[in-house]
Design a protein around this ligand. Sequence first.
Ligand code: SF4
Ligand code: SF4
Length: 148
Amino acid sequence: MELFRIILNFNWDNYLLDFISLTLWHNFKKIIMAIIITDECINCDACVAECPNNAIYEPDSEWSYSDETSLSGDVTTPDGRDVDADAENEAVSDEFYFIVTDKCTECKGFHDEPQCASVCPVDCCVLDEDHEESEEQLLAKKAWLHGE
Ligand code: SF4
Ligand code: SF4
């Protein structure tokens, strides 16, 4: 009887809310993003050598998909765009170092954390909220870049 009384008095509403919150949180954690460099960048160059995908470029530099990757010629991006991997593309910024979103995998498949963010002295490598990608998408991008 005592057990029955405890079950009846248990606050099931709060339990249900906790369960839903935890489930949402675990799903939310699967959504991750590429990294972007903000205008706080001091152009120190520390991040460039750390990037396993050669996704970081100096200000006002042209970039290509084929720079330090396995890509060449006409290729289709993981999200279905046809591009020329060898084409020189316009700089994303002429003032600060920049990251090419299509080449950033948040270091997935290489390191446990974004290497640019870990070496940046002014913490200006931050999550790019305009480019949410799942871990699966980032790993697929890494495989695409490196011909795996
Ligand atoms: Fe490169 Fe990793 Fe930084 Fe993306 S997070 S730009 S892959 S170093
Ligand atoms: Fe800019 Fe930070 Fe890279 Fe230095 S490490 S170039 S401050 S983003």
